[in-house]
Design a protein around this ligand. Structure first.
Ligand code: PEP
Length: 246
C-alpha cells in the first residue's frame, strides 16, 4: 500500500526570511496523521534554513530541480551532492521546466537516475497539454513521459499534473485524474524496475486546495497531491495535509 503524500512546491517565491517564516509557521501548526508524508520544496537559497527549521520534525524537505552531473562547469546549476544533506526528495520534470527551459524526457531521466544514485527519491512530474488532451493523446503522452522518465529508475514518486490544470481556476475533475492515474499504475506495473506498482505513491497536481483535496484522494489511484499556490500559506497547507490521509 502506498502512503498518503503531500508535496508543497513553493516555486520561485519568497525571500529566504519569508521562507523561514513559512516553515516555522507550518512546523507550529501541522499535525501529520500517521501514514502520511508531508514535504515542502523551497527555492534553492532557502533549503538550508528551511531544513534547519524543520529538523527533528516529521515534515520533510525536497528540492524543485537538480542537474544530473555531480559537479563541474555547469554555471548556475545545483547537483545531488549539494542536496542530499538537506533533501529526501527532488522534483524532476515539472511542466514549467519542460515548457520554459526545454527539458527533454532523456534529460529528465538522467536527473531521476542521479537523484536515486544519491539516495534520494525523485518525484517525476508528467502531464499532457490541453492540445494533447483535445487531440485524444493524453494517455499516450503521459505513458511516454513515465516510460522515458523512469527508465532504469526504481523507487520514484509519480505526480500526474495536467499542464492545463496547474495554477488554473479549476483542476481536472477527480474522475479525469483517476482515469489517467489508473493508466499510469498499469504502465508502472509493466516497467521491469517496478515490481509492485501498487506501492508507488501517485500524486495528483493542479489547483489542489483544502476544499477539493478529498475529492481527489477519494479516488482509488490517487495517493496524495502536489500543491503549488495553496502551499504558500501555512494554514491552507496544513489543512491539506491533515485531510489527505486515505
Ligand atoms: C504545481 O506547481 O505543480 C502545481 C500543481 O501548482 P498549483 O497547485 O498552483 O496548480
Amino acid at each position: 500500500m502506498s502512503i498518503s503524500t503531500v508535496v508543497g512546491n513553493w516555486k520561485m517565491n519568497m525571500s529566504v526570511a519569508e521562507a523561514e517564516a513559512l516553515a516555522t509557521a507550518i512546523r507550529a501548526l501541522l499535525t501529520i496523521p500517521d501514514g502520511t508524508l508531508a514535504l515542502v520544496c523551497p527555492p534553492f537559497p532557502a533549503l538550508a534554513v528551511v531544513a534547519e527549521v524543520l529538523a527533528g520534525s516529521t515534515i520533510g524537505v525536497g528540492a524543485q530541480n537538480v542537474h544530473p552531473e555531480s559537479s563541474g562547469a555547469f554555471t548556475g546549476e545545483v547537483s545531488t551532492t549539494m542536496l542530499f544533506e538537506t533533501c529526501s526528495h527532488v522534483i524532476v520534470g515539472h511542466s514549467e521546466r519542460r515548457a520554459l527551459f526545454g527539458e527533454t524526457d532523456d534529460f529528465i531521466n538522467r536527473k531521476a537516475r542521479a537523484v536515486t544514485e544519491a539516495g534520494m527519491t525523485p518525484i517525476l512530474c508528467v502531464g499532457e497539454s490541453l492540445e494533447d488532451r483535445d487531440n485524444g493523446r493524453a494517455e499516450q503522452v503521459v505513458e511516454f513521459q513515465v516510460r522515458k522518465g523512469l527508465a532504469g529508475v526504481s523507487g520514484a514518486v509519480v505526480a500526474y499534473e495536467p499542464v492545463w490544470a496547474i495554477g488554473a481556476d479549476r483542476g481536472a475533475t477527480p474522475g479525469t485524474a483517476q482515469e489517467i492515474m489508473a493508466y499510469i499504475r498499469e504502465v508502472l506495473s509493466d516497467l521491469s524496475s517496478y515490481h509492485s506498482a501498487s506501492e508507488v505513491s501517485l500524486l495528483y497536481g493542479g489547483s489542489v486546495n483544502h476544499s477539493n483535496i478529498q475529492t481527489y484522494t477519494a479516488q482509488d489511484d490517487i495517493d496524495g497531491v502536489l500543491v503549488g499556490g495553496a502551499s504558500l500559506d501555512a494554514e491552507s497547507f496544513c489543512k491539506i495535509v491533515e485531510l489527505a490521509y486515505r
